[in-house]
Design a protein around this ligand. Structure first.
Ligand code: 4NP
Length: 153
């Protein structure tokens, strides 16, 4: 069985492309399919933010081929697990859910490392480069737990 995982943020150019790239680097693509999307339509077709590309490259991960796309209700059909980067993204996705089964697929990604704390991956878009290093480290830890949990499915 291939598990399908979707990472979601607002723009799909900063946080979720990193989450996608980091998780992809840790799994066998035959077993785990990973994609990302944004709740907004701001950056459809765009490459990841250069600062996300740079921090990924620092850790030998190439995310340059990714292009922004918007989350749609079809993603509930196409994915098993949907990870929101922050509470705003989470509620936006939940509002689009058509059923309890849809809702059950949606999780806040940092609850993987801080259960029930409902922490946000801070939006680094308007911040400096240190914001991206911080985001990378959070996502690296969270994706370790995702890999471990998926291996138990
Ligand atoms: P992301 O960051 O949600 O991590 O991709 C953002 C990127 C762009 C904007 C906001 C957040 N924006 O407003 O354009």
């Amino acid at each position: 069985m291939q598990v399908k995982v979707l990472m979601v943020c607002l723009g799909n150019i900063c946080r979720s492309p990193l989450a996608e790239g980091i998780l992809k680097s840790k799994v066998n693509p035959e077993n785990v399919f990973v994609d990302s999307a944004g709740t907004s339509n701001y950056h459809i077709g765009s490459k990841p933010d250069p600062r996300s590309i740079e921090i990924a490259a620092k850790y030998n991960i190439d995310i340059t081929d990714q292009r922004g796309r918007q989350f749609t209700q079809k993603d509930f059909d196409d994915f098993d697990l949907i990870f929101a980067m922050d509470n705003s993204n989470y509620f936006n996705i939940i509002q689009q859910a058509r059923s309890e089964a849809d809702r059950a697929k949606v999780h806040l990604i940092l609850n993987k490392i801080a259960p029930d704390e409902n922490m946000d991956v801070p939006d680094p878009y308007y911040g400096g480069a240190t914001g991206f290093e911080n985001v990378y480290k959070m996502l690296d830890k969270a994706t370790d737990v995702i890999v471990r949990d998926i291996s138990k499915l």
